[in-house]
Design a protein around this ligand. Structure first.
Ligand code: ADP
Ligand code: GLC
Length: 484
């Protein structure tokens, strides 16, 4: 097979910078693609955490004035990833979260910051780095959405383009005036270009001009073609349905491996699920929960945002308590939700434990020690925590949306789908439906054989990137064949 060269463009990449699942995907996919003869390099902004890693590596380009200040392009590698890093200090040399100020509001120049990233992606596409001229430029989310647009308006021979949507809720919307400062023609301000409700949208630009659009599950690919799921872009996606597909995410099964996980108290394999009890005991200690093996322990690892439906879970606390269950939640995000969960923990000592923050080590312990993992999202493009849960024997309880629908087989429908049941799904996404499913899960939990079967089926499910990376490789190759 001829190797394919792909330039991925992403605003966060695990293990360097991460705010959510996008980083996990951007960090794992290039490694998994190696087995499919795809050579992927990833372009990312030179935030301080990135610069620390690539300090002293090869400088391959220098601009005296790039979007208002000096800039450099560096090449380096880290942890199996080949990187291009755009070092533009006046845009990226800022501490903390890559998108928001320490006060939690979007950086006012985010439009400029991520236009700059896409501009250089297009330039690499045109051959800026002779040692790596990509066949495909693969843009992730709105932060990279202008890459296909620049390549389009540059009006030169160009590589093929793929735009992947990880979340329709973030569309990169800015005032129209920005066009004047990012080097796109004013002619791009029209309904078939960047224009979006009077302003511009970087995500729309990507969706408009990419040769192929993907999202991270087949069900989400359908949902976003509706007016509701499309969040304003449903019409465009319906028009472009012939180039849109859903490819499920995987997880890095070496990072998430209960047999060799350095972050958990006791390691275990599929035939040693009883050892999970030791992790549960440590988890109960860490979350100040009563130590009890008999009480089903429900875990949550999540951003706290409207998307994730965790306000609905709060409403089911009477059910959780009434059923004799415990809840351990690790999350951060909306101030209001943080406060409400902390209040719930204070009101129910020993039964509800809450850790507000972002803590990877604790996330591993939660997967290894919870009996069930809850993901009650209102929408979920793919979702990764339920995949980790399958691998760790925490039975997923999820809403029937997006990638949750595609990755979990409900206890009641194993026969119909031909796959074995791995968890519980509820619909509609309401507190009542969730409460009903929690009751059902509690009954199943106390039937040890049923529960063990769910866990074993979960552990037997392939959640790795292997086949999914193959789908991306096939997509890149189909584009090349088409253009040959
Ligand atoms: P999203 O990208 O919408 O936040 P995903 O399920 O795709 O949702 O990915 C979330 C990722 O972030 C997972 O790897 C999950 O383990 C991790 N994560 C989320 N919240 C926390 C937290 N508070 N602490 C540690 N890891 C977290
Ligand atoms: C987004 C989505 C999540 C998905 C992740 C990686 O953040 O919310 O569902 O798993 O991207 O694709």
């Amino acid at each position: 097979m001829t190797p394919v060269r792909v330039l991925a463009v992403a605003s966060e990449v695990y293990p360097i910078v991460k705010t959510g699942g996008l980083a996990d995907v951007a960090g794992a996919l290039p490694v998994a693609l190696k087995a499919h003869d795809v050579e992927m390099r990833t372009l990312m902004p030179g935030y301080p955490d990135v610069m620390r890693i690539v300090a002293g590596t090869q400088e391959i380009w220098r601009w005296p004035n790039y979007f208002g200040g000096p800039g450099r392009l560096l090449a380096g590698s880290y942890d199996g990833l080949d990187l291009f890093v755009l070092d533009v200090p006046h845009l990226y040399a800022r501490p903390g979260n890559p998108y928001v100020t320490p006060d939690g509001v979007d950086w006012p120049d985010n439009g400029l910051r991520f236009a700059a990233l896409s501009r250089v992606a297009a330039d690499i596409g045109h051959g800026l780095v002779p040692a790596f001229v990509p066949d495909v430029v693969h843009a992730h989310d709105w932060q990279a959405g202008l890459a296909p647009a620049y390549l389009h308006y540059d009006n030169r021979p160009r590589p093929a383009t793929v735009m992947t949507i990880h979340n329709m809720a973030y569309q990169g919307k800015f005032a129209r005036e920005l066009i004047g400062s990012i080097g796109l023609p004013w002619g791009s301000f029209n309904v078939h270009g960047l224009e979006y409700f009077g302003g511009i949208s970087f995500l729309k630009a990507g969706l408009q001009f990419a040769d192929r659009i993907t999202t991270v599950s087949p069900t989400y690919a359908r949902e976003i073609q509706s007016d509701e799921g499309g969040m304003g872009l449903g019409g465009l996606l319906r028009e472009r349905a012939h180039v849109l597909s859903g490819i499920l995410n995987g997880i890095d099964i070496s990072v998430w491996n209960p047999q060799a996980d350095p972050h958990i108290a006791y390691r275990y394999g599929a035939d040693e699920l009883t050892f999970r009890a030791a992790n549960k005991a440590v988890l109960q200690q860490q979350f100040n929960l009563d130590s009890s093996d008999e009480a089903p322990l429900l875990g949550v690892i999540s951003r706290l945002s409207w998307q994730k439906g965790l306000d609905l879970l709060l409403e089911t606390i009477p059910t959780i308590l009434g059923e004799g269950m415990q809840l351990a939640l690790l999350g951060s995000g909306d101030r209001d939700l943080q406060d409400r969960y902390q209040a719930a923990a204070r009101a129910n000592p020993g039964r509800i434990g809450v850790v507000i923050g972002y803590d990877e080590i604790l996330a591993h312990l939660l997967q290894a020690g919870s009996d069930a993992l809850i993901v009650p999202s209102r929408f979920e493009p793919c979702g990764l925590t339920q995949l980790c849960a399958l691998r760790y024997g925490a039975v997923p309880i999820v809403s029937r949306v997006g990638g949750l629908e595609d990755t979990i087989v409900d206890i009641g429908e194993a026969d119909a789908s031909g796959r074995d049941a791995t968890g519980f799904k509820f619909a509609p996404v309401t507190a009542e439906a969730l409460a009903g499913t929690l009751r059902k899960a509690n009954t199943a939990f106390h039937d040890k054989q049923t529960w063990r079967r769910l866990q074993r089926n979960g552990l037997a499910t392939d959640v790795s990137w292997r086949n999914r990376a193959g789908d991306y490789a096939a997509l890149y190759r189909s584009l090349m064949t088409e253009r040959a």
